[in-house]
Write a protein that binds this ligand. Structure first.
Ligand code: TRH
Length: 364
């Protein structure tokens, strides 16, 4: 089948990141995909090799009508171009099998997700009047659309040579390694202070906002004009700034690290698959809607009390200081067990693309 995936990049990398993974997952299962986006720039490093069955196209112009594929995926409420909606309406009356119009929503563990997943949303106005759009919600339970999990993920992960990766990155096999991908977590300076004071660790900092936040801390702590080398030693902490890498390499970073700080949507799912202790920074919302979203996730994760407290401080829900035990190896072990138990629950459920296939089959 031909799938049209529409993606508007609002902010950061998650919009295009999720859409690219989804497109590749569909393509790997034999589908043809057109990925329409208003900003494909991040794909240059996220997916430098592309995929032969995925065509990346610019957001259609107003005059562009096109011929819709069998399934049209509008992601994160990005609002399809009017003319494309008109083309769906035309194709719906002309073809035996109408194009299926699905709105793929944001990931959350909140209860509304199970209630809203697979609901129809009749279109009342505009060129699509009379059509039906279907809500499809990713999620963490069997009554949601699940998470993206490519069919070859487990094999890739099993084949991954952690030791060789660490050697390539100049990291001793037994060094405690932390991957940092975040925005500007309120508790970051306190957490870095604690790491610098207490435990020998290697911090692998992803580019962009995470790197800027760590550099701001360094500047404050170690002087106004520090020279930022690729690797900096701050007390017990050695900091390594990473260049942007492909999604495939990003997965490997999470597999190689002992602790994963992640953010947004896609990297959270990948950290769950990595099965290491994780710390999630949610995309901050003005009305603090992310607080309820965080608690719903922590409930689903069955997070131990101290991991919960760390998440609350990391996301600015509380002003609690970082406790030494939050960096303790024994504590991390219990957090690892918690994440692995959650991963096992997820593995017992169908992945998002398998569920999409079933949904499409059912509705067509
Ligand atoms: O970039 P994000 O913060 O995106 C967020 C979320 O999608 C959120 O839901 C949305 O509301 C907000 O943007 C506007 O985090 P996320 O979702 O983890 O996406 C990051 C992507 O970038 C992910 O696919 C991994 C990829 N990545 C790489 O491939 N290489 C890299 O070097 C890095 C740092 C990231």
């Amino acid at each position: 089948m031909l799938w049209d995936v529409f993606c508007r990049v609002v902010d950061n990398w998650g919009d295009i990141g999720v859409c690219w993974r989804l497109a590749c997952d569909l393509a790997q299962r034999g589908e043809q995909v057109r990925l329409w986006t208003d900003d494909a720039s991040a794909l240059a490093w996220m997916a430098p090799d592309g995929h032969p069955a995925v065509t990346v196209l610019p957001w259609p112009d107003d005059g562009d009508r096109g011929e819709p594929g069998a399934v049209v995926l509008e992601t994160f409420g990005c609002e399809l171009p009017r003319n494309f909606v008109a083309a769906i309406a035309d194709a719906s009356s002309a073809r035996d099998q109408k194009p299926l119009w699905i709105n793929l929503e944001y990931l959350s563990a909140e209860p509304y997700v199970e209630r809203s997943h697979r609901l129809p949303s009749p279109v009342h106005g505009g060129p699509g009047a009379g059509l039906t759009r279907w809500y499809f919600y990713p999620g963490f339970t069997g009554r949601t659309g699940g998470l993206l999990r490519e069919s070859d993920l487990a094999t890739r992960q099993a084949r991954f040579d952690r030791g060789a990766w660490r050697t390539r990155h100049g990291i001793a096999p037994d060094a405690r390694t932390i991957a940092l991908f975040c925005y500007e977590p309120p508790a970051l300076p306190g957490w870095l202070d604690a790491l610098a004071a207490q435990t020998r660790s290697r911090l692998l900092v992803t580019p962009g906002r995470a790197a800027a936040a760590v550099q701001a801390w360094e500047q404050k702590k170690y002087g106004e004009n520090p020279i930022f080398l690729n690797q900096v030693a701050c007390g017990q902490l050695s900091i390594q700034y990473l260049p942007p890498c492909s999604q495939i390499s990003f997965d490997e970073l999470l597999w190689a690290s002992d602790f994963n700080c992640v953010r947004g949507e896609d990297s959270l799912a990948r950290a769950l698959w990595a099965g290491q202790p994780l710390l999630w920074h949610l995309y901050p919302q003005h009305d603090n809607a992310h607080h309820a979203k965080l608690d719903a996730f922590l409930d689903w994760l069955d997070a131990p009390p101290r991991l919960r407290r760390l998440h609350h401080a990391w996301n600015g829900v509380t002003n609690d200081p970082i406790q030494p035990q939050m960096l303790d190896a024994g504590e991390w072990q219990s957090w690892r067990e918690c994440v692995r138990a959650a991963r096992a629950r997820l593995l017992a459920q169908d992945d998002l693309v398998s569920q999409l296939f079933r949904f499409v089959q059912e509705k067509r």
